[in-house]
Write a protein that binds this ligand. Structure first.
Ligand SMILES: *Cc1c(COP(=O)(O)O)cnc(C)c1O
Length: 362
């Protein structure tokens, strides 16, 4: 896929851009450019462009508006000590995007084309990448069904796009998040779309998230659909439980049963925790084991992980079965150690022995 570069003739003035990059928030400001590419059943991918960020015009009968055929990714570019910019595991996002596409019957975008599109956007908008530790350029590739018609079938046309937004270090102000464990709603069932990163999963999650907020909680925690007992994940993040303390601790995460979203941060932490000398374990944990583990002190720390926040400590958990608290509301020691190590790799200050970082072309 050849990507044409059409620079924005009216970019945000440098002084204003620098102000936005200095106080980026999250998803508040978007960069000067976006990538778009078209697909149709006959011709495949074509018309790939880096162009000025702006509205997309679509027919009201475009299939995405009616049946929700949409997938997305979330990934980050980090500023490096030598002034270059590097992407964290972009091929992993590209592979997951292709898997999500297959599940939602959208066309597969080859891994190389996905990575080239992201690279081209970050290269042209390199002035939008914040430099402080924890800050990054958050990149949102997505794909939608654009064929016009109300027939229910896979679309024969699609649009792929990539946008980017400078992102603050979410963690700095972070106190432990409080979670509402939903026993009423589920995120995903076996055979459903839980493994795909698709907008539909999020649409289906909002009511439970609203219920969590009504309970005074920041996030919803999902249980398995069948027994409503086993912990799966939290909102748009995977979960980790630290069992025991010090160097003998085991870093435990719910295993990928087919209903969890296979997080790239989750996967990276399995390696990082083991590199740091901890035992790592994937398995099942029930809400009873969560409650009892916290009560006995066996579970010493809990954290959630995902690209946006990297790592967020989890404190109070509430459900219809009661309330239980982990830690003192501050991030635990092992949570911080893993978070700092991962961020060090991402910012190029700790050796990247797994080959996760990919430099953006200059
Ligand atoms: C994206 C996402 C995650 C985290 O995945 P990362 O690749 O680590 O960002 C976890 N759960 C859900 C439901 C997600 O959509």
């Amino acid at each position: 896929m050849k990507i044409n570069i059409n620079p924005n003739s009216n970019p945000v003035p440098a002084a204003e851009r620098e102000k936005r990059v200095a106080e980026p928030g999250f998803g508040k400001y978007f960069t000067d450019h976006m990538v778009t590419a078209q697909w149709n059943q006959g011709a495949g991918w074509s018309d790939a462009n880096v162009q000025a960020y702006g509205p997309i015009s679509l027919d009201p009968a475009a299939m995405v508006f009616h049946y929700g055929q949409e997938i997305f990714e979330g990934m980050k570019a980090y500023s490096q000590p030598d002034g270059s910019i590097a992407l964290f595991r972009p091929e992993a996002n590209a592979l997951r995007f292709a898997k999500s596409a297959a599940r939602i019957t959208l066309p597969e975008l080859p891994v190389n084309d996905f990575v080239s599109a992201v690279d081209a956007l970050v290269k042209i908008d390199s002035g939008w990448v914040p430099k402080r530790v924890g800050e990054s350029l958050y990149i949102r590739p997505f794909m939608i069904a654009t064929e016009v018609g109300l027939g229910v079938r896979p679309s024969n046309q699609a649009l792929f796009a990539v946008i980017a937004t400078p992102a603050a270090a979410y963690f700095n102000a972070a106190k432990a998040v409080t979670v509402w464990i939903s026993t009423e709603y589920v995120r995903a069932a076996l055979g459903g779309t839980g493994e795909a990163k698709c907008g539909g999963n999020y649409a289906a999650s909002l009511l439970a998230q609203q219920q969590a907020a009504a309970q005074g909680c920041d996030q919803v925690v999902w249980l398995d659909a069948q027994e409503r007992r086993y912990v799966e994940e939290m909102g748009g993040m995977n979960l980790y439980f630290v069992k025991g303390r010090g160097k003998d601790a085991t870093i435990f995460t719910p295993k990928l049963t087919g209903t969890l979203l296979p997080g790239i941060t989750r996967d990276s932490i399995l390696s990082v925790a083991s590199d740091l000398g901890y035992k790592v374990e994937e398995g099942m944990i029930s809400i009873d084991e969560w409650r009892d583990g916290v009560a006995s002190g066996e579970i010493s720390e809990i954290f959630a992980c995902g690209t946006a926040a990297v790592i967020a400590p989890v404190g109070t958990a509430k459900s219809v079965h009661g309330t239980w608290v982990t830690g003192d509301g501050n991030p635990g020691q092992i949570t911080m150690e893993i978070r700092n190590h991962l961020l060090g790799i991402q910012h190029g200050t700790i050796a990247d022995k797994h080959g996760w970082m990919k430099k953006v072309s200059q």
